[in-house]
Design a protein around this ligand. Sequence first.
Ligand SMILES: Cc1ncc(COP(=O)(O)O)c(C=O)c1O
Length: 459
Amino acid sequence: MNQQLGFPYRSFRRQIIGVDCRVPTRRNLHAPYVHFDNAASTPALQPVVEQMADRLEWYSGVHRGTGHKSWQSSRAYDESHRVIGHFVGADLDRDTIILTKNTTEAINKLAYRFPWNPDDLVISTEMEHHSNDLPWRFRTRVQYVPVDENGHLEIAALRSMLRSAYPHARLLAVCGASNVTGHINDIHYLASLAHEYGALILVDAAQLVPHVPMDMKSHHDPGHIDFLAFSGHKIYAPFGCGALIGPREFFQRGNPDHTGGGTVSLVNQEQILWADLPDREEAGSPNVVGALMLADTLGYLQKLGINRMATYEDALTDYALSALATVPGLTIYGSQPRVGVISFNLAALAHSQLGNILCHEGGFGVRTGCFCAQAYVRKLLGIGSNLSLSDWASIDPAYWPGMVRISLAAYNTREEIDALVVLLQQITQNPGYYKRMYPISSNQQEFFPRQLKSTVGYV
Ligand SMILES: Cc1ncc(COP(=O)(O)O)c(C=O)c1O
């Protein structure tokens, strides 16, 4: 399959740090670890880390030093902004690339920096990660676009919300791809819809940029993305750097959310003259190494071919969906178009019980629960608002509603998916056995395998 799609899969996999790690399972102290939690964080790339070791010889603090190392580091740090902007098709003349810790910090910054008027509102959606919901609540009014039973946005409802709130709906804040179902939103269509009603759009691209070639499009295009947020640690650069990209002229107005060293050009006790962008929005000493690692990683991926990676991932996702569909009693949530994020439940087992079984029987790294998207998971599970938060809180945490999620990346393989499906088939053949083997712990917090404590070497 890999050759057919023209993606140099094997050599890419060899560059993944930790891809050959072994972990203890109930039957095997040295089972291959299968990382199916790429939506949370992807591993780093060996060539980028090696290159950084050389670069570190020339590392120094940026912008404020006089000396060759500081000049060199400053140039490289500034250039990293351009590389990151270029990767997502930002307009390098009209947009500013503000480096943040992650998507969450980027969205909080925008929520703070937006010049809200008292009657304004932001339109978010029911499919958002908490990071694209909670930050808005403390700054302005929020309305949520509903999703249908497949987890897709109800576009007619969005249009009517934009129309009836006009001109107060100032921003549509929507994910590019869901971290629960992997569902991909048509962001350029959503942008044109928002623009038609005088609103701007923020795309939370935490799950999109790592999997789909991204183009913010020209500022003259109705489908232009005004603001984009994403995290390096979800695209092979787990070094604490993410980005918020948006129009320079927007960030030239108002005061930064964080102030201090590096943000000013001139200051006295009465007045402040802010520094140029992006410095005024990056208070304090920046994460220089994180920025360089992110830029180098994106450069590496670009050379490898983002389109080819995406094609490979699409084929792998289709393969996983077909294979999982053969498991009796397995419910998969969401539908196409999607990135390789697949959430499911298996009848008769709690999601966290199943997650622990996959970990301790098969060495899989997955995620269970609501994935910081409680509203969306509730909706997909058909719980709606019938379960109040206090009712929810009174349930033992191990039995809270949720799902098991696998999330794929371009180094995962069909063989890894086959191994998962074989294990799921085994579980469905004898669920009673696995239920007995994985009782709930005494504090009612999680399920744990019975024989584990006596297993030598198990960590
Ligand atoms: C869709 C989406 N948005 C936002 C975030 C928050 O990203 P971070 O934790 O890197 O800030 C995540 C994290 O999983 C996500 O999946």
